[in-house]
Ligand binder design. Structure first.
Ligand code: NAD
Length: 359
């Protein structure tokens, strides 16, 4: 922030509790003991079942069930199935061990089943640090903010991310970067949120190329996970805008992969907002160690992600008008007022994967 600007902001700290470090999962029994939970339902995806099994072994008798059917964008049917299992095994809390989809399921069960909620993330989604929930019904993803969904404790163990393939790790890290970037460029800027977001950008921008180049680099994985933690904190205490609106519209309507969608759209939404947030764009560029934030993000996308355009993601050009009109159906709180023409331009450029230069 410029010292010449009068400082005025509000900040409400969320009740975050975090244990971070290689081997942190081993502290699970102590954490559960401190929280007073007796009967945990473990949540994961089929592919991450080995991690849930390890957690179950650590928990012993306190692990009373395992649900390994988490799904992207948290479909309501998945919530209902997990809720029914939680009831049948009389669970008092869940441990979500997996990516953002699994964390999202834990949040949905906290909201609809009044269950305690511990998260051990295995990607860089950052959802574990936000009070934002999302549930998809009939192709529409509804999201909201509710502090009841915030995990009681987050266990960040970079070892849990070591098997995340480079092709998933890159977009996942860019998803976290989006949460931070949006909050560096928020209007009005909140200095506390900006500080969290900028350090998150620095950590992610420096770690992601290394994570992708050397997947077994544990310090780089830890740095990326730290960046995701800060980015999630920034999003949790901060705001969203057109960027998230577009990503959720694609996800809900076309079931596009969440992280790739964020990664691809980010340079364009940042380019769109740059003229009205020049200070934020400058700070973002500095944290990315480049001259122009949108161009820097575009370069990072090419370096870290296998899919770099909506076209390559499998989106048909004829789907873009539907996405645009759905995204515009409700007012969107964004630093730069959103017009139909701007959304069309952003989507067209992102579809082609062209240079992020928006009028
Ligand atoms: P994901 O959770 O769907 O995981 C993607 C794939 O990666 C899955 O197949 C999973 O099994 C696999 N995977 C996870 N960890 C792995 C590991 N360590 N090694 C190998 N494979 C692994 O995807 P995601 O990108 O982590 O999360 C996306 C979801 O999170 C979306 O539903 C999105 O809406 C939500 N999200 C919510 C917030 C929020 O604040 N509410 C923030 C970010 C993301």
């Amino acid at each position: 922030m410029h010292a010449s600007q009068p400082l005025a902001f509000q900040f409400r700290a969320l009740p975050w509790r975090v244990t971070f470090g290689a081997g942190a999962l081993d502290k699970l029994p102590e954490i559960v003991e401190q929280l007073g939970y007796k009967r945990l339902l473990l949540l994961t995806t089929h592919g991450q079942r080995d991690k849930a099994d390890r957690a179950a072994a650590l928990l012993g008798d306190r692990a009373v069930g395992l649900f390994d059917q988490s799904r992207s964008h948290v479909p309501r049917a998945t919530v209902d199935a997990a809720l029914s299992l939680a009831k049948s095994c009389n669970a008092d809390a869940t441990l979500a061990i997996g990516g953002g989809s699994t964390t999202g399921l834990g949040k949905a069960l906290a909201l609809h089943g009044d269950l305690g909620n511990i998260a051990a993330p295995t990607t860089y989604a950052g959802s574990e640090m936000t009070p934002i929930w999302g549930i998809t019904v009939d192709g529409t993803k509804t999201t909201g903010r509710d502090e009841r969904v915030l995990p009681d404790w987050v266990i960040y163990d970079p070892r849990l991310t070591l098997d995340l393939p480079a092709a998933v790790a890159g977009p996942s890290g860019m998803n976290a970067l989006a949460q931070a970037a949006v909050n560096v460029m928020a209007l009005p800027a909140n200095p506390v949120v900006t500080a969290l977001a900028l350090d998150g950008v620095r950590a992610l921008a420096s770690a992601l190329p290394e994570v992708v180049a050397r997947p077994d680099d544990l310090p780089a994985r830890g740095q990326a996970l730290y960046g995701a933690c800060l980015a999630g904190m920034a999003l949790g205490a901060g705001t969203t805008g057109l960027h998230h609106r577009l990503c959720h519209t694609f996800g809900g309507r076309l079931n596009t992969p969440h992280a790739d969608t964020h990664a691809i759209l980010l340079p364009y939404t940042v380019a769109f907002n740059t003229p009205v947030v020049p200070d934020g764009a400058g700070q973002l560029a500095q944290a990315l160690a480049c001259d122009d934030a949108a161009l820097g993000l575009h370069a990072l996308l090419q370096r870290t992600c296998p899919v770099t355009s909506l076209k390559a993601l499998g989106i048909r050009r004829e789907d873009l008008p539907t996405i645009a009109s759905l995204a515009l159906a409700k007012p969107c709180d964004n630093p730069r007022p959103v017009t139909a023409e701007a959304v069309r331009e952003i989507l067209e450029l992102a579809w082609r994967g062209g240079e992020p230069v928006i009028s």
